[in-house]
Design a protein around this ligand. Structure first.
Ligand code: HEC
Ligand code: HEC
Length: 337
């Protein structure tokens, strides 16, 4: 009896634990749930990326290393003075995918190998990893697509597949994308945001948000937040919730992280609104959001399937839009019965 108890108890505990973890993943695969004010993101479910030293020392490893290098120093290879090609705006992938895409809540690459190819509503098609990388080149780096069969794309894909190799197929670990902030009761306010910007951001990103170049102008030391060399208005970062979530849990750089955010939620929303209110490149993607009812709440360009204005979709208040969508969904369900 004693033997049985000692042998079964750890197994039972393991099964229960696995059940809880799997249940969480399966029930809420696409959502970061903010649980409480003190510990919003229980650490035990976060992704642990493989370490750079673990990249194999063969020719496959060389391709993975080149892919990592292209994430970290994109501009050196593909920027306006790139040594391989000149297809992007001077930013690096790492500017938004911090620590070569290994940092949780900083748009990590944790769920790329595990969830692609996948259907996405923006394009209305099944996207490959290559398609998704080119999407960031076209939008976030306001540039051009690169050849899917070329060495640079092969390297990106090799790195993305390697970095995500330990995540089970279909899973999106906690800490993917950024943390979600609770909606404000009011619209986010660029006029309040400019004060947050002056106090917390200007010293690196500059008074006019245009960033700071290195000595030979081959890359930014501090990347631009708006203007000609910034991400364009069709980039994911232009959505206020993405921008505010990224800023809250990662900026000011080197001081804030998801465990030690520096800005209040209010300040994060307002400074994001200020950044989003400034000029940036605009590019047309006529294939986007063919099904307009699938546009995210904070997608800043109409037409919409709801009566709210572009301005409200850009700055909020978002709660009203959310409630109205939920109401519509439940009415649809009732009508079906
Ligand atoms: C201006 C910021 C920015 C830059 C620069 C940028 N990205 Fe992204 N990228 C994003 C955001 C925001 C997302 C969406 C994150 C999410 O929703 O999971 C994203 C998503 C991705 C994804 C899909 C992630 C997923 O889990 O679905 C890949 C792959 C990716 N980026 C690759 C790249 C590569 C490669 C580069 C450089 C060529 C790059 N990105 C540059 C902001 C950026
Ligand atoms: C200490 C310098 C520093 C401060 C202060 C700082 N940042 Fe950053 N920020 C950076 C660096 C460096 C990066 C790129 C990180 C990398 O490439 O590893 C970055 C990246 C970003 C990005 C994503 C890339 C881009 O250019 O769009 C945004 C958005 C951003 N910062 C916003 C802010 C905001 C808003 C504040 C103020 C609340 C702020 N930062 C404060 C240094 C700073």
């Amino acid at each position: 009896m004693k033997y049985l108890r000692t042998a079964w108890f750890p197994v039972l505990l393991g099964v229960v634990f696995l059940g809880i973890v799997l249940g969480r993943f399966l029930l809420a695969p696409h959502k970061t749930i903010v649980q409480s004010a003190r510990d919003p993101f229980p650490e035990n479910e976060l992704w642990t990326p493989p370490r750079e030293e673990e990249i194999p020392s063969d020719s496959v490893g060389d391709l993975i290393r080149y892919g990592r290098e292209l994430v970290v120093n994109t501009s050196r290879y593909l920027g306006p003075r790139g040594i391989v090609n000149t297809v992007s705006n001077g930013m690096n992938c790492q500017n938004c995918h911090l620590d070569a895409g290994t940092r949780n809540f900083a748009n990590p690459f944790s769920a790329v190998a595990s969830t692609y190819p996948k259907y996405r509503e923006r394009s209305g098609r099944v996207e490959s990893i290559e398609f998704r990388v080119n999407d960031c080149l076209l939008r976030s780096l306001n540039g051009q697509a690169i050849d899917s069969a070329g060495p640079e794309m092969r390297a990106y894909v090799a790195y993305l597949e390697w970095i995500g190799k330990d995540v089970p197929k279909g899973f999106k670990p906690r800490g993917a994308a950024t943390g979600d902030l609770p909606f404000l009761a009011r619209a986010a306010d660029p006029a309040r945001g400019v004060r947050v910007f002056s106090a917390n951001c200007v010293r690196c990103h500059g008074e006019n948000g245009s960033g700071v170049y290195n000595n030979d102008s081959t890359a930014f030391i501090y990347p631009p937040l708006w203007g000609d060399h910034s991400f364009n208005a069709m980039a994911g970062m232009y959505s206020l919730s993405r921008l505010a979530g990224f800023i809250k849990f990662n900026m000011p750089f080197g001081i804030a992280d998801w465990k030690n955010p520096q800005l209040s939620d209010e300040d994060a929303w307002d400074v994001a609104a200020y950044v989003a209110s400034q000029n940036r490149p605009v590019k047309s993607f006529p294939g986007d959001w063919k099904n307009i009812s699938k546009k995210p709440l904070d997608y800043p360009f109409g037409p919409y399937a709801d009566p709210f204005s572009e301005r409200q979709h850009k700055y909020g208040p978002f709660e009203e839009i959310k409630k109205s969508r939920e109401k519509e969904m439940s009415e649809k369900k009732v009508n079906k019965k």
